[in-house]
Design a protein around this ligand. Structure first.
Ligand code: AMP
Ligand code: MG
Length: 499
């Protein structure tokens, strides 16, 4: 009997590169920098299967060479994307992929077009002063938080693989280098539109808009006023996305216009972190001195970013500039109501309400005010509300210092539930499907990254990842991941971006 030898380099991807084909001028063809000692640290097998890849063939040396950038797969057309962006409100006309490359696009098993991209694959013409590299810690962080968001039902880019490079990366100290392979619905950002608009190229803005319509909103193709409709779609997706973030306590941390996709996926997990005790002013990012990207500001910033997108589209919206401004303003002014509707709907689900009543907003606002006043853990408060819905208020009450205040609110809420009626157990189960038990808590994320970076031990990362992949399940073996961080840790917690 003969056994066919496995091919040395499996042809893993079937590429179809629409960005490279259709958007010349929006990128520079570029190759990943080879690295000395590639090692595959992690492959996301579930995602690999979704992409139609043979995960088994990607383990080992072939996968290491591929995901570290040493062996560019057949059919790839690696390129560094050009984009501009407002960073903390200041405009930079040229940012671009300074340490990332788009390898190409594939059609997944569900027929969806997905980008396959590297992060940390070396310098590009857009690197400015940067080294083009990524350190292992931030790469694993993006992996963890992206997978957590995915499991929580939030649209997000995802990590396909992490490869160690065997090369040191210098930050404040020497760190192990790594390359992240990222999968996205696309990497087109608000900043991509700004890049050509800022150069006074409305024809190029139009070309990009057509590309985005074909990719994300094909039902709009060829239609009258399709550019306005596109703006409306992007705004609608962002309204829904930010509402999800807010109802989970997620703080992105660096909502620059180059970090906002038109697809509606969360992108660029740099200084992001989840809130512990509820406080709308929470900021974790070390460079966000003014709190521009604080938790409570996220819907306002999303609107601000969308206004920047709208500006780029003005020449396409109407012949008369004044008419174009009126149309664009209509969308931007509608955004707060769209966001509010999505956010309130999410809150009602978390409150266990199947119907909408006029007083629900006040009920939700008073609940949040109570959490803030008593510094209650946002995630556990929502989660234990499901227990209270089943007649077990103790786990919730125990989190409050002032139990009388909690009882007053609980009485109002219970009256509202009673008026609505319905099965208690079914309601509690529904609440537990929208309010997670496990989120990527800062102390657990740091612990997992420290073990990986300082001791080369990926076991804590793997255990945390497994818990985050089932965030709604209350399993005793995951109890440590549900525990809030010590208050001192949260108070002094700082995150870093671009690291
Ligand atoms: P970010 O805040 O990570 O979204 O990055 C903002 C900009 O800085 C983008 O243009 C990145 O490509 C660039 N950048 C971040 N880190 C590096 C690095 N180590 N080397 C080169 N460019 C970088
Ligand atoms: Mg970015």
């Amino acid at each position: 009997m003969t056994v066919a030898a496995a091919p040395l380099v499996p042809p893993p991807f079937v590429f179809d590169n629409s960005y490279a084909r259709e958007l010349e001028g929006f990128y520079v063809p570029w190759q990943p920098a080879p690295v000395p000692a590639p090692r595959l640290l992690r492959l996301n097998e579930a995602l690999a299967a979704e992409l139609g890849l043979d995960a088994a063939a990607l383990q080992g040396e072939a996968g290491a060479a591929l995901f570290a950038g040493n062996a560019v797969p057949e059919g790839a057309a690696p390129l560094a994307q050009a984009y501009a962006g407002h960073q903390f409100g200041g405009f930079n006309p040229q940012l671009g992929d300074g340490r990332a490359l788009l390898l190409g696009e594939v059609i997944d098993r569900h027929g969806r077009r997905r980008d396959i991209a590297f992060k940390g694959s070396g310098r590009t013409p857009f690197s400015r002063g940067g080294d083009g590299k990524a350190a292992l810690g931030p790469v694993l962080r993006e992996y963890l938080i992206g997978e957590a968001m995915h499991a929580l039902g939030v649209p997000t880019t995802r990590a396909l693989a992490v490869a160690a490079t065997g090369e040191p990366v210098w930050r404040e100290r020497e760190l192990p280098g790594a390359v992240l392979t990222r999968v996205a619905a696309s990497h087109v950002r608000v900043g991509t539109f700004q890049y050509v608009a800022a150069r006074g190229q409305p024809g190029e803005v139009k070309r990009l808009a057509e590309h985005v319509i074909a990719r994300h909103d094909p039902d709009l193709a060829g239609g009258d006023s399709r550019y306005l409709a596109l703006l409306r779609r992007v705004a609608g997706r962002q309204a829904a996305l930010i509402a999800q973030w807010m109802n989970l306590g997620f703080i992105h941390g660096v909502m620059n216009t180059d970090n906002m996709t038109v697809s509606g996926e969360t992108i660029d997990y740099g200084p992001c972190a989840f809130m512990e005790a509820y406080d709308p002013a929470t900021v974790f990012s070390s460079i966000d001195h003014g709190g521009r990207y604080a938790y409570a500001n996220q819907p306002l910033i999303a609107r601000w970013n969308l206004a920047r997108l709208a500006e780029t589209l003005l020449p396409l919206l109407a012949d008369e500039p004044e008419a174009a401004v009126v149309l664009a303003t209509g969308v931007i002014d509608a955004f707060p109501a769209w966001y509010d509707e999505a956010w309130r709907a999410g809150q009602r689900a978390k409150l266990g309400l199947a119907t909408a009543q006029p007083d629900d907003a006040a009920l939700a606002d008073d609940w949040l005010a109570l959490l803030q006043a008593q510094q209650v853990d946002f995630t556990l408060a929502w989660r234990t509300l499901a227990d209270a819905a089943e007649g077990r208020p103790a786990p919730l009450r125990d989190q409050f210092v002032d139990r009388a205040a909690a009882d007053d609110w609980l009485a109002r809420w219970q009256a509202r539930l009673a008026a609505e009626g319905g099965d208690m157990a079914a309601r509690a189960a529904a609440m537990r499907r929208v309010s997670p038990w496990v989120i990527p808590r800062n102390h657990r994320v740091e612990e997992a990254l420290a073990a990986a970076v300082d001791a080369g031990d990926l076991a804590p990362f793997e255990r945390l990842l497994a818990a985050l992949q089932q965030p709604f399940d209350e399993r005793p073996d995951n109890a440590r991941y549900a525990e809030p961080a010590p208050r001192e840790l949260t108070a002094g917690y700082r995150t870093f971006c671009g690291t």
